[in-house]
Design a protein around this ligand. Structure first.
Ligand code: AMP
Ligand code: MN
Ligand code: MN
Ligand code: MN
Length: 288
């Protein structure tokens, strides 16, 4: 039996809704043996997550999901196994969070132009952290009845072409990769299918990523289908990248996304965790 692995998840230190303790507890209850907490541009939740992981006997990998601008598109790069005390990484993440706050102000202004009042004041009262994301605005709009569900609120308000969309000016791909490397981590392209790139563009991204030291790609996500999985698996193979898996879990209540669920890696890939001591431990744990 192989252990359940999930290397992409969020806590309330970015746009998840669970505390790190609740997240790790839920992963454990779902049978996950190896988990990464990967908040957007933020590592604050990791110490608490590590503590809870130790208590429950599951392995927690220190991770972060870094916002990158590549050819004026937003791409997410996950750093796995990063040293969270690395000063270059921390200064870099702080720079991105500052940009998040600037962008959030612009989003709030656009919403106010649409007739909503006190958005900035209310949202800063509700969101106590710097890693403010579009998800926070989505929840704010939903709570006030401006859309019926998450999909609709993004489509109408927050996605490109939405009424309050503001394109974030994140950091360059090479820059994010350098920070992750300096912090001793392995860089992984998150949810490659979600960027809606053509196959040619995605391959260009993979080449740039690999050239600047990236090593992995998320071959399996909780709602990627078989065809998408096998396409990304073939990309990984062709470009010599290691394969990762991640639910990108944010909150309970979404019937399609659960920690550790439906994340089996296609056989022909090389798993990023193959050489990790934590994986050997997890193997032992399921064998005994
Ligand atoms: P940001 O990094 O602030 O631009 O926010 C991006 C986050 O918004 C992603 O990490 C997702 O969690 C969330 N998101 C983006 N598009 C959607 C969508 N269509 N439905 C639900 N959540 C979304
Ligand atoms: Mn998110
Ligand atoms: Mn992402
Ligand atoms: Mn994510």
């Amino acid at each position: 039996m192989s252990p359940i692995i999930d290397l992409h998840s969020h806590s309330y230190y970015s746009d998840g809704s669970l505390s790190p303790t609740e997240l790790v507890t839920r992963a454990h209850a779902q049978g996950v043996k190896l988990l990464a907490l990967t908040d957007h541009d933020e590592t604050k939740g990791l110490a608490e997550a590590q503590e809870q992981a130790k208590k429950l006997g599951i392995h927690l990998v220190n991770g972060v999901e870094v916002s990158v601008s590549w050819q004026s598109k937003t791409i997410h790069i996950i750093g796995l196994g990063v040293d969270i005390d690395n000063p270059e990484l921390q200064a870099g993440l702080k720079q991105i969070r500052d940009e998040r706050v600037k962008r959030a102000k612009k989003i709030a202004e656009k919403m106010q132009k649409c007739g909503l009042e006190n958005v900035w004041q209310e949202i800063t009262e509700e969101v106590g952290f710097e890693a403010i994301t579009r998800t926070h605005f989505a929840r704010y709009l939903l709570a006030r009845g401006h859309a019926k569900d998450m999909q609709q609120v993004f489509k109408r308000w927050l996605a490109p072409k939405g009424k309050a969309y503001v394109n974030g000016q994140w950091v360059a791909l090479e820059q994010a990769l350098a920070w992750i490397k300096q912090a001793g981590g392995q860089a992984v392209i998150a949810h490659p299918i979600r960027y809606r790139l053509t196959h040619a563009k995605l391959e260009e991204l993979v080449k740039d990523f690999k050239q600047h030291g990236g090593v992995g790609i998320e071959v399996v996500g909780s709602y990627s289908n078989v065809k998408e999985r096998s396409y990304v698996a073939s990309l990984a193979r062709r470009f010599g990248l290691l394969a990762s898996v991640g639910s990108d879990f944010h909150s309970p209540g979404n019937p399609y996304i659960e920690l550790g669920r439906n994340l089996t890696l296609p056989l022909e890939t090389n798993a990023i965790w193959q050489d990790w001591p934590a994986y050997q431990d997890a193997l032992q744990a399921v064998a005994s």
